[in-house]
Design a protein. Structure first.
Lengths: 496, 496
C-alpha cells in the first residue's frame, strides 16, 4: 500500500512508531502494536504502528514520529510503501521467559539487540522485565545478558594486566570514594580505567563531582591516552555507549521499582567487562534508604556477584558497608569535590578517608600487594595520591592546582539549626537528596548540602546541623519549603 | 509551577498523557511515567508525564494530548498549575501480584477502576497482565475481577427468572449458532438477553452478522423494551460499557498473545453477570487454529468456568465441541446471515443446524425442560423459532420478511477449484479468515467465503472448493494474492 508521509514533529523518545488511520489499518489487517515495513527506494525501516480514529492522520497518510524520520530519511508528504512485517523473534523469547523457561545466549542477544535498536515497544520490554522479575535469571543467563550489553556498546582494550575497577551501589549521599581510590591505585602503579555515571536519582553522580575538577566527557581514543599517561581515568561512561539497553530497561522498571537482580548484576558487571577489568571491587552499602536495605539480600547479592564475575573472567570481591548516613560532609558536586581534595591533602572528613583507604587496600591486595591497606595509607599520606589526582585532572583537561577553597559553592544559603539539645539519632538520606535536588543539584554544581553532624553526635540547642547551598534563590526557597518541622532532616532527641 | 498549555492535536487513544520539557521535569524532580496534577480554577486532572529533550515543548510549556483536553477542559495557551502527584495505589497491588501474592477484592477493584479511567500507562497494565499470566488468579480473585469489570459498566436488570445466556469461545469461522439458539429459547418462553461483540480477529462477530438482519446498537432502555416484547435480544454488547477494561487489557496482551486464563474467564462471565444471567452455556471449540487447541486445557477451563460461575451465582455448563473446520457454509456477515435464515427455514447447512439444536437443547434442559433437545427440534421444525426471529428482527428495527436470497452478497468473486481428484484433508481456518478479511470483511457485509466442502468430502478434479466474494474488486485482487499454490486453503489429497 502507498501512503503519504505526515511528519508529526514529535519524538517518542525511543520505539520507532508510525501512526495509521484506522481504515488503512483494517485494510492492511493490522492492529495497534503490530509492525509494518516502510520502503522508499532502497531505504526501508520497520516501525511499530499506532492506530488513530481521529482525523489528524487521514486515510492514505502515515504519521511518522521524529525518531523514525531520524533513521528513515524521508520528507513530509513523500510517498512510501507499507507492508505487513512479522513480529521480531525476541517476542517469542520474552514469552518463553514469562513461561519460566531458561533463555539461550542467542535468545538473550536478540532481545538486547532489539531493545537497543528501538525495535521493541515499552509494553514488550515490560514483559521482559516482568519475566526477569518473576522467573529470575540463572547465573548463565545473567552472564549472557552481561555479554549482550557489552556487545551492544564499545570496549576499552588496554592490553594491560591487571586492570582494576570498583563500583558502589547507590543510595548513600556524599559517598564519593572513587576519585580517592583511583588516585591511590594509580599511584601504586596499577591500571584503573574508571568510568562513572551522572546522577539519575542522587544529588550527584561520580561523573558530576569529578566534572567540577576536570572535563569527564571524552571519546574512547582520548580515554586511552589519559590512561596511558596516568594509569587511570575518571570519565563519564557514556563514551562506551553501553547505556542504551540499560537506560531503556531502567525507564520501564521505574513505575513499579522492579529492578530484577539479574538486570542489576548485568548492568554493573557489563561496565566492568567493557573496560576489560580483571579485578573488581563492589561496595554494597546497606541500611535504610539504600538500594539494598537488608543484610540478607546483600549477602545473596555478594555471592552472585562473585560467581557471575568468575564466569565472566573477573576476580570479583564484594564488601558490605554501612550506608545508613551520608559519607563525608559535602553532598552535591562542588561540595563533594572539596571533600575529595581535602582527603587527598590529608585534611578531609575522616569517614570518607577511612572508607576510601579500606577499599583501596582491598583492591591493592587483590592485585597482589602484600599489605594493601598499609600501602594505601603510605600513598595517601606521602602525597603521592594527591599528585596522581593532579596528573589525572591535567590529562583530562582540568586545572590541577585548584585548591579546595577555590571550588565555587552556591552563594545563596539556608542554615538549619537544632531546636533542642540532644543527640543525632536519624538522618533521612532520601529527604536530604530530594531537598538538594530541588535546590538545583546536580545541574548547578555549587548546589548541595554541607552536613555538620553525623549520627550519634551530641548537639546543643541552636547548633548548625547542615547548610543548604544553592546557586539560585528561587530554587532555594522552593527547596526550603520541603523542610518543615514535621519532617526534619536531622532528628535530634533530648537527652537527660 | 505555572505552565502554559500547548495543545498537541494528537490522541494517545488511552492513558492521559502530558509532555514536559526536560528542564521543567528536573525542576519538579519528575521523571517519565511519573504523575502530575494539573489545576485550572476548580478543575483538576492527574496525568502521566512524558519528557522531551526536543524543542517542541519549550520550558514553561506543557503539551497536552487530546485525551487530556477532552477530560480537562482547557484551551491552547492557557496557564495551568502543575504539582507532583504520588503514584496510584494500584501500582503497589500490581507489584504484589508480580510477587506472587493474592489480591483482595479492594485491590482488584482499584486496579480495574484505574485502568478504566486511563490512570495507568500501558507499561503498568502490562505488568498486571504479566502478573496474572505468571502467577495466576485464584478462583476468588477471578470472581473479584469479574465483579470489578461488571461494576465498571452498566447492568441489565430484567426482573426475570431464569435468565439464559450462551457464549462460544472464538476461533471457528462461520460458527453462527447464536441467532438460531436465541430464537429457539425465546420461542420456548424463556428470557435470553444476548449481547455479542463485533469481530476483532474473525471474519465476522455475531453482532456483525445479526446487523445484516437488523440494527444491533441500541441503548439500554431500548434493549429492555425489545426483551419485554420478544423475551430476547441480539444486540451489540457495547451498550453495557463493559468493554473499557477488557479492550485495554486485550490491546496490551496482543504482542505476546498472553491471554491469562483469569482474564479470559472474567471477561466472558462479566458479560453474563451484567445481564444477570442465571443459566449459562459456554461452548469451547477445540482443534487446530481455535483459541483453546487442546482437550486438556479445555477440560481445565471447563472446571474453572463451572466453579467460577457458581461463585458468581450462575449455573454454568460447558460443552467442548469440534472446532477443526468452519461450521456452516457461509463465512462473513451476509453469508452467515443467509445460513442462519436457511436453518430457521429448515433448509440450511446440517452442521450448523445440529450444533444449534444441541446447544438449545442443553439450555432448555438447564432451565428445567424435561427433554430439551426434543423440544428444541419441535420449536425449530414447527417454524416457531423462525417466527421468533422475525419478531426480534422487527423489534430491533429490521425487515422481518427478508428472504435468504435477498441478502446482498459482494458482486465480485473468485472461485477456487481443486487441482486433483481426492479428499478434503485439511482446512486452514486462520488463512481462510485472513483472506476474507483482506477482501473486506466484516466492514463490507457482503464480503466473505462460501465453502462448498467440509472435511472428508470426496472431490473430483476441478470441483469448486469455495468462492470468495467481495464488494470491492481491488480488495478481492489483494486477497486472492494470498492464496498461492503453496498455502492452499483446502488441501486435497489424491486417493488411489
Amino acid at each position: 500500500m502507498e501512503l503519504k508521509v505526515k511528519r508529526l514533529h514529535i519524538s517518542s523518545g525511543g520505539p520507532l512508531i508510525s501512526v495509521l488511520n484506522s481504515e488503512d489499518a483494517r485494510r492492511l489487517d493490522l492492529r495497534a502494536l503490530d509492525r509494518i515495513k516502510l520502503k522508499k527506494g532502497r531505504k526501508e525501516i520497520v516501525t511499530i504502528i499506532d492506530i488513530t480514529h481521529d482525523s489528524y492522520i487521514k486515510k492514505g497518510e502515515i504519521g511518522l514520529f521524529e525518531d523514525v524520520i531520524d533513521v528513515f530519511d524521508v520528507k513530509d508528504k513523500e510517498m512510501v510503501t507499507a507492508e505487513h512485517q512479522p513480529s521480531p523473534n525476541s517476542l517469542k523469547y520474552i514469552k518463553k521467559k514469562l513461561d519460566g523457561e531458561k533463555l539461550t545466549k542467542h535468545e538473550i542477544d536478540e532481545i538486547i539487540k532489539d531493545i537497543v535498536a528501538n525495535r521493541l515497544t515499552e509494553i514488550e520490554m515490560s514483559y521482559f522485565a516482568a519475566g526477569a522479575y518473576t522467573r529470575g535469571f540463572t547465573l548463565y543467563e545473567a552472564a549472557y545478558l552481561t555479554e549482550a550489553i557489552v556487545a551492544s556498546g564499545k570496549q576499552l582494550d588496554l592490553d594491560a594486566y591487571p586492570v582494576l575497577d570498583k563500583h558502589s551501589i547507590g543510595g548513600v549521599p556524599g559517598n564519593r570514594t572513587t576519585p580517592i581510590v583511583v588516585s591511590i591505585i594509580a599511584a601504586a602503579g596499577f591500571t584503573i580505567p574508571k568510568t562513572s555515571t551522572r546522577s539519575i536519582t542522587s544529588v550527584s553522580g561520580t561523573a558530576d563531582t569529578v566534572e567540577v575538577l576536570a572535563p569527564v566527557s571524552h571519546k574512547i581514543e582520548k580515554i586511552k591516552e589519559i590512561i596511558k599517561k596516568t594509569n587511570a581515568c575518571m570519565v563519564w561512561g557514556g563514551a562506551l555507549e553501553l547505556a542504551s539497553a540499560d537506560d531503556k530497561i531502567i525507564k520501564i522498571e521505574r513505575p513499579l521499582s522492579l529492578d530484577p537482580e539479574g538486570f542489576l548484576l548485568a548492568s554493573i558487571l557489563a561496565k566492568k567487562a567493557a573496560v576489560k577489568a580483571t579485578h573488581v571491587l563492589i561496595d554494597i552499602p546497606i541500611g535504610k534508604g539504600t538500594k539494598i536495605e537488608h543484610i540478607k539480600k546483600a549477602k545473596k547479592l555478594e555471592r552472585k556477584f562473585e560467581q557471575l564475575g568468575k564466569l565472566l573472567g573477573m576476580n570479583t570481591r564484594v564488601i558490605i558497608t554501612n550506608g545508613e548516613q551520608p559519607i563525608g560532609n559535602g553532598i552535591g558536586p562542588a561540595l563533594e569535590a572539596r571533600d575529595v581534595l581535602m582527603v587527598l591533602l590529608n585534611k578531609g572528613p575522616k569517614d570518607l578517608r577511612d572508607k576510601s583507604l579500606y577499599m583501596a587496600g582491598i583492591l591493592l591486595k587483590m592485585a597482589g600487594v602484600k599489605d594493601g591497606k598499609k600501602r594505601a595509607v603510605e600513598i595517601l599520606e606521602s602525597g603521592q595520591a594527591y599528585k596522581k589526582l593532579q596528573e589525572i585532572i591535567k590529562a583530562q583537561g582540568g586545572n590541577p592546582n585548584i585548591k579546595p577553597e577555590e571550588i565555587k559553592i552556591g552563594k545563596f544559603k539556608y542554615i538549619y539549626r537544632t531546636k533542642n539539645q540532644g543527640r543525632v539519632e536519624y538522618i533521612d538520606n532520601k529527604l536530604l537528596t530530594r531537598v538538594a535536588k530541588l535546590a538545583g543539584a546536580p545541574e548547578e554544581k555549587g548546589t548541595g548540602i554541607y552536613l555538620n553532624v553525623h549520627l550519634k553526635d551530641k548537639v546543643k540547642k541552636n547548633d548548625i546541623l547542615f547548610t543548604l547551598y544553592s546557586e539560585n534563590q528561587s530554587k532555594l526557597k522552593y527547596a526550603v519549603k520541603e523542610i518543615t518541622d514535621k519532617i526534619i532532616i536531622v532528628n535530634s532527641k533530648i537527652i537527660g
